[in-house]
Design a protein around this ligand. Structure first.
Ligand code: SAH
Ligand code: SF4
Ligand code: F3S
Length: 465
């Protein structure tokens, strides 16, 4: 692993960042979005204000993703434009963070010499120190493995209603296609007390919904001490849900992403019993064929996956089930691809995020000989997307004419007389209100809504309270 590279800084200096502006563009998953919010919080605490224009900011930070190669290409073109701007505007500070930064490390400095700072995801909390080194004139690379200390800054969150709370960083799995373990490092769980404190502070600031985040959230607590009287690990995700449930004024609790290998009956029971835990489960299956699952090193079979869904639906028949799937994994035959389509039709998912397999650096599957040609990848992706959309549309019919509890997050940007929020099952919903009410008074409130229209990915209804 490369070291944090820069000339030694004798003493940390107090540097004023006031009157400077910043811009952050985030690529990738919720985890990256949560990291960006923490980095924005650090920058604002230092005195930076948010810029209105990416090409006028004094500091530009690209928080990157490398899950597939198309995520990579975009960021290089963004960086190129900023590098050019820096030639005429040398005070611009150019930063690349996130998973691509971790993957490429120092080599990014050769590719884009104008970069001031390359930092991996484990260094997010340390942005202030890294910036101080940059201010002294260093070009800094921070990609060494690091214990992620408790966050002492407060995030600058995009939403004032729904907040993300990281509970476990990294991933110890070794799925043969996935770059995450090599860029996000080993699993590190936060202590239940710090998590609860963060949730309580969100509640104090009138947040109503929290989503617990982890790449493999079911692994939560494996690295924490403590065994129960019955001899089981004490701090599991299930225990955490019970522990945080009483935080006053939080109305909804969600969590993502679940791994079928570790998803337990105890967890399902907790979700059923705990009123605030929403009936939405995001459990990626990746493929509907056991042979492919084995070569993906996922550690479960389709039979196991189906039994999890059955157990959920036994207790919560209307629960929303969403997932991720990969098509055209190396060696995937037409028949094996059809198994994935059949599974989607059999389970009737509310939504499946799909992707064609993309070979990633330092992953076993990337060097296998049996890669699938681009044309087949494209055709399979198109076909699966049609099946997914049809299932989502069909699944959404169950909402028609029902009354749903919608937590209002804002106003429909396309129609100012409508509110915008989500069902407990996480469906985006637009809510028509009467002409004499003011939309802003509903933000952060839960409203009962009669659903009048359903589409594949959203609903529309009328307020009824
Ligand atoms: N931790 C989660 C997923 C993390 S990555 C899990 O275990 O399911 C998010 C999604 O990106 C994955 O679920 C997978 O569907 C997709 N993905 C990951 N690596 C990929 C690759 N090399 N090519 C295509 N899709 C990939
Ligand atoms: Fe990647 Fe597998 Fe870890 Fe998910 S569980 S992040 S797919 S290695
Ligand atoms: Fe991308 Fe990193 Fe998330 S690779 S999907 S930003 S963990």
């Amino acid at each position: 692993m490369p070291e944090t590279k820069c000339k030694p800084t004798a003493k940390s200096q107090i540097i004023s960042f006031t009157k400077r502006s910043y811009w952050i563009t985030t690529f990738g998953c919720q985890m990256n979005k949560a990291d960006s919010e923490r980095m924005a919080g650090i920058l604002e605490k230092l005195g930076y204000s948010r810029a209105n224009d990416e090409f006028e900011a004094d500091l530009v930070l690209y928080n990157t993703c490398t899950i597939r190669d198309n995520a990579e290409h975009k960021v290089y073109s963004y960086l190129g434009k900023q590098a050019k701007r820096k030639q005429n505007f040398p005070r611009l500070k150019l930063i690349i963070s996130g998973c691509l930064a971790q993957q490429e490390g120092e080599s990014l400095l050769r590719r884009v010499p104008e970069l001031d700072l390359v930092m991996g995801p484990q260094h997010v909390n340390n942005l202030q120190n890294l910036l101080e080194k940059v201010e002294l004139g260093n070009q800094v690379v921070a990609t060494e493995e690091k214990y992620i200390s408790e966050d002492i800054t407060s995030a600058r969150r995009e939403s004032s209603i729904c907040g993300w709370v990281n509970i476990i960083y990294g991933c110890n799995e070794r799925c043969s296609y996935c770059v995450v373990p090599s860029v996000r490092g080993k699993e590190q769980s936060r202590y239940p007390d710090s998590i609860k404190k963060e949730i309580a502070s969100l509640a104090e600031r009138h947040y109503k919904e929290i989503t617990l985040l982890g790449q493999n959230i079911d692994a939560y607590g494996r690295d924490l001490p403590g065994i129960t009287k019955e001899g089981r690990k004490k701090n599991t995700l299930t225990d955490l849900l019970y522990y945080i449930h009483d935080v006053h004024d939080i109305r909804r609790i969600r969590f993502a992403t679940s791994h079928p290998r570790y998803f337990s009956k105890r967890l399902i029971k907790a979700c059923f019993e705990l009123e605030k835990v929403c009936e939405h489960f995001h459990i990626p299956f990746q493929s509907g064929n056991n042979k492919i699952l084995k070569s993906m090193a996922r550690g479960y079979t389709i039979e196991k996956y189906k039994s999890i869904i059955e157990n959920i639906r036994d207790l919560m028949p209307n629960a929303s089930i969403t997932a991720d799937a990969i098509v055209a994994f190396p060696g995937e035959t037409e028949e094996q691809f059809r198994d994935t389509l059949s599974l989607i039709n059999e389970i009737e998912f509310d939504l499946v995020n799909t992707a064609a397999y993309s070979p990633r650096p330092n992953t076993p599957a990337a060097i296998w000989k049996n890669q699938i040609p681009e044309s087949i990848k494209k055709a399979r992706l198109q076909e699966i997307n049609e099946v997914v959309e049809e299932n989502s549309r069909r699944r959404n019919l169950r909402y028609l004419n029902t009354t749903e509890n919608i937590l209002i997050e804002g106003i429909n940007p396309k129609e100012s007389s409508q509110l915008m929020g989500r069902t407990r099952s996480n469906r985006l919903t637009f809510v028509q209100i009467s002409k004499d009410s003011s939309p802003t008074e509903f933000i952060g409130k839960e409203v009962n809504t009669k659903i009048k229209e359903v589409r594949s990915f959203s609903l529309t209804g009328e307020i009824c309270n």
